[in-house]
Design a protein around this ligand. Structure first.
Ligand code: DGJ
Length: 729
């Protein structure tokens, strides 16, 4: 095919003009910088021949394979676009099935493909693959978000066999990256209050798996996001790096396999552990989406692409505003009554935040929620604490010109509750085995439609009874022990998948009726966040650990994958640092407070009030701007992050001391990024504590100077945080 003919062909294919019947040998999915190229071979197998930075000549993709050592029939190593199990492939499969007749082999042959334009800059390719022997099909979906270099992949699986087919593995995506000298994997492990701890290793030959089997709050021990650097570890501004993650609120599994020819396969999907899924005839099984982006310009470029994509296409109201709030959890825990809450509502107004958020402890009567051992499931206001219900608090908020939000944990139940006693069959637990609790609670069986109705009802009732309810914090504090659904009867292996699909059904219903009300995705910290779930939520709770020093590290790591407007960041008493340090750190996300306002000193209060007003002015920059990680907290005395608006006319720079060693601090300037080299910027310190002098002198610099030489924020063990505002002059 000549270059011109090939280009014309690709363009027509992308426009969806070519019918499937005319499909040729290559299928190209393009983003602004990259190309993913599949090839249908003579045996009708679909293989990945290229994934990487676009080649200048389209015709060159056909030559790529020739330059590499390839698997062959003697090795069982293939570059299948979606690797089947039980036939000639002998490495990690993307899909494994047991057919209705008990046969465990699968072969997938190309049938057709179509590419359609979804919206401006977004195209979706569907490739139909069929087993030549069995009535079994897989449709591969590849969605390209052109401008941001992000691709989403998922599959639908269906059959027309005489009986059920059991899916032993059912990945969403099967990436294949041609031989490199090295692949470096960064993954994140954690636990309560120490989430998102990064570790980077050079992948060796064989399979490395990242997974979760916790059922709910599936990211608690291992995050579903990762990075793979190609050739050598990428830095913020240099190197080839792939970032990705599964969009699924439950068990995930991502395999990284390097074959003896140094090709890397990344297979990601729902974890198949204890989940051999029974698929009925004609039922369509849809796998969750797997997102990824490949950057040739380091991690910073990848993150900014992810942030733009997430705000525009994934996060609920991702391009909308976020409210500041006062949360009562750390101020009261379970110990409050109407009078105390009304005082806190008045404090919200005094502080200047938009909303008061009532946390855990407001419900349960026969089993009052005065601690974490009772009441979950009984979502009626506690008559002793709140004799006039929630409505009076919503009204008090209205009177104080602040909005009102409320905490719920609707997927859970305490054994000490009316709900547990009334509906023991709604609870996930093994019949005949002792119950095993996580935070004294059990998980409700969302595979059961009646439970889905109940959970939907918890939210709907709150909104119906309180028309002015403006915010929800949706918590999830237990994992699933003793997985068993009495609803699924002899179909237990479908439980983990059906649970999450049940949750999504509820969330879809909620969003159909309440499309934009902000809801925080919380999980006793960062045990739950992914882009599938963020379609229903406006923000998430990265960790219960709100010590600002810890948060600098946590927020730094989360920021690789999630934009600032999704990160709930609250000022609390954790760590006992000066209020300025705490507020400056929390300003890097959706700002909130969880402190006793009445106990603040006059200066601390004045500082917070002014900082909230300042933050409101900075919101477009922080929440919608381009983020640049300037200096890492790892291995440095100070960390620094900036946000620059579109057009680079304004920026804000945060710098934080992260060491208390003698004489530590910023001894050298921090080079800024993303500015206009030819413009001049006034650099001014803001967010200064009452009575203190600025530590950075206001001055005008060229963008060129700021990016090549930088500015010293002068943070040290005395000035532990500094915020600089830049404006083009
Ligand atoms: C865990 C959350 O992370 C906290 O913020 C708080 O809401 C508690 N649950 C309430 O039980």
């Amino acid at each position: 095919m000549t270059k011109i003919v090939y280009r014309l062909y690709t363009a027509l294919l992308l426009l969806g003009v070519l019918p499937a019947a005319t499909a040729q040998q290559f299928i190209t999915i393009a983003t602004k910088s990259n190309a993913l190229v599949y090839q249908v071979n003579a045996q009708k197998e679909l293989n990945t021949v290229y994934f990487g930075e676009k080649l200048l000549n389209d015709t060159d993709y056909a030559r790529v394979a020739k330059e590499y050592h390839q698997g062959n029939e003697y090795t069982g190593i293939y570059n299948a676009a979606y690797t089947p199990s039980g036939s000639k492939n002998l490495l990690e499969p993307a899909i494994a099935v047991t057919h209705a007749d008990g046969n465990t082999s699968l072969d997938l042959h190309y049938v057709s493909h179509t590419t359609t334009a979804v919206t401006a800059g977004v195209t979706q390719t569907e490739i139909v693959l069929k087993d030549p022997v069995y009535a079994f099909e897989v449709h591969l979906f590849i969605k390209s978000f052109f401008d941001t270099d992000v691709i989403e992949q998922w599959t639908t699986i269906l059959h027309n066999e005489k009986g059920n087919v059991v899916l032993g593995k059912f990945a969403s995506a099967n990436l294949y990256i041609k031989g490199n000298n090295d692949f470096w994997l960064t993954n994140y492990y954690g636990e309560w209050a120490r989430e998102m701890r990064p570790e980077e290793v050079r992948l060796t030959h064989g399979v490395k798996t990242l997974d979760s089997k916790l059922g709910t709050r599936a990211d608690l021990l291992q995050a579903p996001v990762f990075m793979v650097s190609l050739q050598k570890p990428a830095t913020e501004d240099e190197g080839n790096v792939l970032m990705g993650g599964l969009e699924w609120a439950g068990n995930f599994r991502t395999d990284f396999e390097i074959d003896p020819f140094n090709n890397l396969k990344i297979i990601s999907g729902i974890n198949n552990a204890a989940s051999a899924y029974r698929l009925k005839k004609s039922e369509v099984f849809t796998t969750p989406k797997f997102w990824y982006t490949l950057s040739g310009k380091g991690k910073g470029f990848a993150s900014r692409n992810i942030h733009q994509w997430a705000r525009k296409h994934k996060v609920l109201t991702g391009e909308g505003d976020r409210m500041t709030l006062l949360n009562n959890w750390e101020a009261t825990f379970f110990d409050f009554d109407e009078a105390k809450l009304k005082a806190l509502i008045a404090d919200s107004k005094k502080l200047g935040v938009d909303l008061f958020l009532l946390d855990d402890g407001w419900f349960g009567n026969n089993h009052p929620r005065n601690g974490d051992n009772a009441g979950l499931g009984d979502w009626q206001p506690n008559k002793k604490k709140l004799p006039n219900g929630i409505a009076t608090l919503v009204q008090a908020a209205k009177d104080n010109h602040v909005k009102f939000g409320i905490w719920i944990e609707p997927e859970m139940v305490n054994p000490a509750s009316d709900l547990y006693k009334k509906h023991p069959d709604w609870v996930v637990k093994q019949p005949g085995r002792p119950e095993h609790y996580f935070r004294n609670q059990l998980v409700l069986d969302l595979a059961n439609p009646k439970v889905q109705d109940f959970v939907y009802g918890v939210v709907d009732d709150l909104f119906t009874q309180n028309k002015d309810l403006a915010y929800i914090k949706w918590d999830c504090n237990a994992v699933i022990f003793n997985a068993y659904s009495s609803y699924l009867k002899d179909n237990q292996q479908n439980f983990y998948v059906d649970y999450v699909n049940g949750l999504y059904k509820v969330l879809k219903r909620i969003r159909a009726k309440y499309p934009t009300t902000p809801i925080m995705l919380c999980s006793g910290g960062g045990g739950r966040v992914d882009y599938g779930t963020l379609e229903y939520f406006t923000e998430f709770w990265p960790s219960d650990n709100t010590d600002p020093l810890e948060r600098i590290f946590l927020q730094w790591e989360y920021s690789y994958f999630y934009p600032a407007n999704t990160l709930s960041a609250h000022v609390t008493d954790w760590g006992k640092q000066p209020i300025k340090y705490r507020v400056d750190v929390a300003m890097m996300g959706r700002l909130g407070f969880d402190i006793v306002v009445s106990q603040l000193s006059a200066n601390d209060l004045a500082f917070c009030q002014k900082a909230i007003a300042t933050y409101n002015g900075l919101k477009p920059l922080i929440l919608q701007g381009e983020q640049y990680r300037l200096q890492s907290p790892w291995g440095n005395d100070a960390a620094s992050v900036s946000y620059v608006n579109q057009g680079a006319t304004e920026a804000v720079v945060f710098a934080y001391q992260v060491s208390n060693r003698h004489e530590s601090g910023t001894k050298t300037p921090i080079k800024l990024k993303g500015l206009d080299a030819n413009a001049s910027y006034k650099v001014e310190e803001i967010n200064i504590y009452p009575g203190k002098k600025p530590v950075v002198e206001t001055a005008v610099f060229s963008g060129d100077f700021l990016m090549k030489v930088g500015v010293n924020p002068n943070v040290n063990t005395t000035n532990t945080s500094v915020v600089l505002k830049l404006a083009k002059v």
